[in-house]
Design a protein around this ligand. Structure first.
Ligand SMILES: Cc1cc2nc3c(=O)[nH]c(=O)nc-3n(C[C@H](O)[C@H](O)[C@H](O)COP(=O)(O)OP(=O)(O)OC[C@H]3O[C@@H](n4cnc5c(N)ncnc54)[C@H](O)[C@@H]3O)c2cc1C
Length: 413
């Protein structure tokens, strides 16, 4: 373990890998320090017995036409799948006949129009204030919010939600988003299984305390999730109360995926979606046959996901089976077998899925991203103003923090 480096990058997820890559290109001595025994963070691909790459964390290359991970995937020799995502008009009509789905899409579009207008006005409010009290679609709009933000609309800042930019181009990496990020970071100097517990920034050099010893560095980029900062899992000396407060304004929502093997999957078209229910908040979205595989990718969000995490895989599976049988009939249960699930809120190095701003806290993203004394830099999806909650948002903030360090070192040379 090197005890002296130029820059320590804390956290080997999307932001940390992008930052360390850029620093290495600039020939800086940098070390990536990661708490887990693997790189990727909230990007994590596992494989089932047939070798299918299952992304239990991020799966979609959102805003793919400007997502830097697309170029990296191509350079790494991975395959990009451009099948439109199931939420773009690939809805099964079984429990959602065409006319009703169109009616829901209209309510969804109108909600986002009201959001756009409200965000121009001063002040902030919970996004739920923009629901039309007379609409029958409010439960499903709220369920959708749990997939988008990891939280129900009453917990989400309307200003922040409106700042999210999407180009609506969504692709996937066949070998997995997690595979992509860990592969990209594989050759970097790194310490795995090595949680950072404290950062002392009193002296001329930073002193970073890890499970495997202390490291001295000129600068550090901290990329751990906002919830990890908010929980003060890393102690700063002197303390950084403004950072902790900003991190607390950006909680991580809860989103979890359960993968199920489906017998007789050919009955369905490739890559279609069905909701368990269209009239309640606590419902999952089911993506049937992603990549044409005999699999169902089940997506749980918000309070529903948080509750199911308490019961582990069997709680998720029972919930999914009951909803799917409600849609396809009770005989469907015999065709289903659980493959894997990961509870991100219970994960000690994530403490949630992705960040949203609570009402009044949209500007916390800028506060969190501000460097301290030109030595401590912060990156990660929660620091992104327009691409938060995504892996490419993580990449862009990591690369930006690295650029700032490179620029400052060149000036002081
Ligand atoms: C279920 C789910 C679905 C998602 N779907 C998508 C999607 O389709 N598309 C998309 O773009 N995004 C999606 N996301 C979000 C995306 O995964 C994250 O926004 C992105 O991976 C965050 O990258 P990051 O580098 O900011 O943070 P992380 O990936 O969390 O990296 C931070 C790293 O810091 C490490 N760490 C924590 N504490 C310490 C410590 N004390 N010392 C050292 N290291 C520490 C962590 O282990 C982690 O590796 C999804 C997330 C989940 C959970």
């Amino acid at each position: 373990m090197p005890s002296e480096v130029d820059v320590v990058v804390i956290g080997g997820g999307s932001a940390g890998v992008a930052a360390a890559k850029r620093l290495r290109q600039a020939r800086l001595r940098c070390l990536l320090v990661e708490a887990r025994p693997r790189l990727g963070g909230r990007a994590w691909t596992v494989h089932d017995a047939s070798g299918h790459a299952l992304d239990v964390g991020c799966g979609w290359l959102h805003s793919a036409d400007r997502n830097p991970w697309v170029g990296v995937a191509q350079a790494e020799g991975l395959s990009i799948d451009k099948t439109p995502p199931p939420w773009m008009n690939r809805q099964l009509e079984r429990n959602f006949p065409g006319g009703e789905f169109a009616d829901y899409r209209k309510a969804f579009t109108e909600f986002y129009q009201r959001l756009d207008e409200a965000a121009q006005r001063p002040g902030d409010a919970p996004a739920s204030s923009l629901l039309d009290p007379a609409s029958r679609w409010n439960p499903l709009l709220n369920a959708t919010s749990t997939y988008i933000s990891g939280a129900e609309l009453d917990r989400v800042s309307l200003k922040d939600l409106d700042r999210y930019h999407s180009t609506d181009v969504n692709w996937r990496v066949v070998e997995g988003y997690g595979t992509l990020i860990s592969k990209h970071g594989a050759a970097l100097p790194q310490m795995l299984d090595c949680p950072v517990g404290a950062i002392d920034h009193r002296g001329r050099r930073l002193r970073i305390e890890t499970r495997k010893g202390a490291i001295a560095a000129d600068q550090a980029i901290v990329t751990v999730p906002s919830a990890v900062l908010a929980a003060e899992r890393i102690g700063f000396t002197p303390a950084l109360p403004q950072k902790i407060e900003a991190a607390r304004g950006l909680p991580l929502g809860v989103d979890d995926k359960l993968f199920i093997a489906l017998d007789g999957a050919e009955e369905f078209e490739t890559s279609v979606r069905v909701f368990g229910h269209t009239d309640r908040v606590a419902t999952a979205g089911y993506h049937l046959r992603p990549f044409g595989w005999p699999i169902i990718e089940c997506y749980f969000g918000g309070a529903c996901a948080a509750e199911l995490e308490k019961g582990g895989e069997s709680a998720f599976f029972d919930f999914a089976v009951s909803e799917l049988c409600g849609v396809f009939g009770s005989a469907f249960a015999r065709r289903l077998k659980p493959l894997c699930v990961h509870g991100w809120q219970s994960d000690p190095f994530a403490l949630g899925a992705y960040s949203y701003a609570s009402p009044g806290n949209a500007d916390c993203r800028a506060t969190l991203a501000e460097p301290v004394d030109d030595r401590l830099f912060f990156a990660g999806e929660a620091c992104s103003r327009h691409d938060f909650s995504t892996a490419h948002g993580g990449y862009l903030t990591g690369a930006a923090a690295a650029e700032q360090i490179i620029a400052r070192r060149n000036i002081s040379r």
